[in-house]
Write a protein that binds this ligand. Structure first.
Ligand code: NAI
Length: 491
C-alpha cells in the first residue's frame, strides 16, 4: 500500500482496496486530502472515493518538486539507469494488471474485457518500449544526428482525458521519463483513481521523489499547470475546444505544446471488401469503449452498391452485442463515462434525427441506474448534418454513401478533424492510393483501432499537432543541441 500522511479506513472491492479519500502525490508522498470531490462509478452512480481538488499552491509544490528532481538525482543518472526504472514500472503494471483493470472499469465504466485485454497490456507495452529507448536516444534518427546531443525538455505538464485514463498516462509519462524529463500529470476529474494507483507503482519502483507528481482536479487545476511559469512543456489530450484554449494561453511564452484532440474518422467500405471482416471492423471502430475514442470510426462511408447488404448484416451483428455490467466479462459495451457526456450524446443524436437521419438500435434493456446509451446506427445522414461533422464521442455510427473512390476521399476529408481513417478493400493499389489521399494521421487498412507503442499517433487540422509513440513521439520531449556548445555527452 501507499504511504499516506493521513489514512482513513480503506474499503475493499475484491482485488481493489480503495481509500475513502485521496490526497495528491507530490515529491514521492501522498498529501493529506482536502477540498475533495467525488469520483463515482458511472455504471451505478455509487461513490468510489473522494479525491483532492488541487489549487494553484498545490500545483506550485508539484512543479517545484519536479524541478528539484530534474536538477537533482534524476537529471544526473544515465539513460541506462532511467531505462531500468521504466522496465521496473512496466513489470509492476503487468504484475498488478488485474487490480488496475478492475479499478479502471469501476471508475470509467468500460467493460472489464477491454481494460484487461487492451488498456493494461498496451500501457505496460508503452513502458517497455520506451525503456528500450532511454539509453539509445542518440541513435534515434533526427534526435541525435551527428554533432548533436539531446537534452530533456524540462518539467512537463501533462493533462489527460477520461476515455483511456491509465493508457493516456502511459502514453504521456513513458516517453517523458525515457528522455529524462520530470512530470506533473493531471488525470481527468471523472477518472482519477488509476493515476493515483500508478503513484503507488512509482513508489514501489523506487522512482526518485518528484520525478512523477500526480495532481487531481478539474479544468482549473489544468489551467494552473498550463499557466505555471516553471513548466517547460504541455502535453494535452482532450477536446479541441480546450486544446485551442491551451494554445492561446501559452502563446507568447517559451512553452512548447503537443495537442492530441478530437476526431471524426471515416471508415470506408468498398464493394469488394471482405464483408464479414469489415462488419467486425465497423463494430470495433465505433463501439469499442462505447465510441468514446478520439480515433473512433464514427462515420461509415459505404459504397452505394453494397449499402443495403452491409447495413442489414451490421444490424444482425449488433443484435448480438451485450450491453450491461462492465464488470461482467461477457459485456461488450459498458456505461457512458459521465452524465455530462451522456447528455451530450443524447442531444446530438436528437439533432441528427431532427435533421432527417433515421435512428436504429438493437433491442436491449439498459440498467436502471447509471449512464447508459444503446449502440445506435443513424442512416440517411448527409454531409451537412451535425452528426456527420461534430464529434459525438459515444456509441453512435453515422452512415453515408459514396459511388467512386474520388468521392469517398472527398467525403472522408470533408471534416475539420484529421486523426484517423479506415479503408476496407481487397485491392492493394487502392489502399495505397487512399492512404496517400486521406488527410488523417493514421490510416488503417482492413483493420481498425490497432495500437502499438512503436507507431506514431497524432492528427492533422483540428485533431492537434505533435505525435505520440514511436521515434517521432520522442521529439516532443527533447531539445537537440549542437555538441560543440555542450560540455557533457548525450545521456
Ligand atoms: P476536456 O477537454 O474538457 O477534458 C480533458 C482534460 O482537460 C481533463 O483532464 C480536464 O480536466 C482538462 N481541462 C478542462 N479544461 C481545461 C482547461 N481550461 N485547461 C487545462 N485543462 C483543462 O474534455 P471533456 O469535457 O471531458 O469532453 C468533452 C468532449 O471532448 C467530448 O465529448 C469529446 O468529444 C472530446 N474529448 C476528446 C478526447 C480525445 O481523446 N481526443 C478525450 C476526451 C474528450
Amino acid at each position: 500500500m501507499a504511504t499516506f500522511e493521513y489514512a482513513p479506513a480503506p474499503e475493499s472491492r475484491g482485488i481493489v482496496t480503495l481509500e475513502k479519500s485521496y490526497g495528491l502525490y507530490i515529491d514521492g508522498a501522498f498529501t493529506r486530502p482536502k477540498d475533495t470531490f467525488e469520483s463515482i462509478n458511472p455504471a451505478d452512480e455509487t461513490v468510489l472515493a473522494e479525491v483532492s481538488q488541487a489549487g494553484r499552491k498545490d500545483v506550485d509544490k508539484a512543479v517545484a518538486a519536479a524541478r528539484r528532481a530534474l536538477e537533482g538525482p534524476w537529471g544526473r543518472i544515465s539513460g541506462a539507469e532511467r531505462g531500468k526504472y521504466l522496465f521496473r514500472i512496466a513489470r509492476i503494471l503487468q504484475e498488478r494488471s488485474r487490480e488496475f483493470a478492475v479499478l479502471e472499469t469501476l471508475d470509467n465504466g468500460k467493460p472489464i474485457k477491454e481494460t484487461r485485454d487492451v488498456d493494461l497490456p498496451i500501457a505496460a507495452a508503452h513502458f517497455f518500449y520506451h525503456a528500450g529507448w532511454a539509453d539509445k536516444l542518440s541513435y534515434a534518427a533526427g534526435l541525435g544526428s551527428p554533432g548533436t546531443v539531446t537534452r530533456p525538455y524540462g518539467v512537463v505538464g501533462q493533462i489527460i482525458p477520461w476515455n483511456f485514463p491509465l493508457l493516456m498516462l502511459a502514453w504521456k509519462i513513458a516517453p517523458a521519463l525515457a528522455t529524462g524529463n520530470t512530470v506533473v500529470l493531471k488525470p481527468a476529474e471523472t477518472t482519477p483513481l488509476t493515476a493515483l494507483l500508478f503513484a503507488e507503482v512509482c513508489q514501489q519502483a523506487d522512482l526518485p521523489p518528484g520525478v512523477v507528481n500526480i495532481v487531481t482536479g478539474d479544468g482549473t487545476t489544468g489551467e494552473a499547470i498550463v499557466d505555471h511559469p516553471d513548466v517547460d512543456k504541455i502535453a494535452f489530450t482532450g477536446s479541441t475546444e480546450v486544446g485551442k484554449a491551451i494554445a492561446r494561453r501559452i502563446a507568447g511564452t517559451s512553452k512548447k505544446a503537443t495537442l492530441e484532440l478530437g476526431g471524426k474518422a471515416a471508415n470506408i467500405v468498398f464493394d469488394d471488401a471482405p464483408i464479414d471482416q469489415a462488419i467486425e471492423g465497423i463494430v470495433n471502430g465505433i463501439f469499442f469503449n462505447q465510441g468514446q475514442v478520439c480515433c473512433a470510426g464514427s462515420r461509415l462511408l459505404v459504397q452505394e452498391s453494397v449499402h443495403d447488404a452491409v447495413i442489414a448484416r451490421l444490424k444482425r451483428r449488433l443484435q448480438t452485442l451485450r450491453v450491461g455490467d462492465p464488470m461482467d466479462k461477457n459485456s461488450d459495451l459498458g456505461a457512458i463515462n459521465s452524465k455530462v457526456q451522456l447528455d451530450r450524446i443524447t442531444s446530438l443524436v436528437e439533432a441528427g434525427v431532427a435533421e432527417g437521419a433515421e435512428r436504429w438500435s438493437p433491442e436491449c434493456t439498459l440498467p436502471a441506474r447509471g449512464y447508459w446509451f444503446p449502440p445506435t446506427v443513424l442512416t440517411g445522414v448527409s454531409q451537412t448534418h451535425r452528426v456527420a461533422t461534430e464529434e459525438i464521442f459515444g456509441p453512435v455510427l453515422s452512415v453515408l454513401t459514396f459511388r467512386t473512390p474520388q468521392e469517398a476521399v472527398a467525403k472522408a476529408n470533408n471534416t475539420s478533424y484529421g486523426l484517423s481513417a479506415g479503408v476496407w478493400t481487397e485491392k492493394g493499389s487502392r489502399i495505397l492510393w487512399m492512404a496517400d489521399q486521406l488527410r488523417a494521421g493514421v490510416v488503417w487498412a482492413n483493420t481498425f483501432n490497432r495500437f502499438d507503442p512503436s507507431s506514431p499517433f497524432g492528427g492533422y487540422k483540428e485533431s492537434g499537432y505533435g505525435r505520440e509513440g514511436g521515434r517521432h513521439g520522442l521529439d516532443a520531449y527533447v531539445r537537440t543541441t549542437p555538441a560543440a556548445l555542450t560540455t557533457g555527452a548525450s545521456r
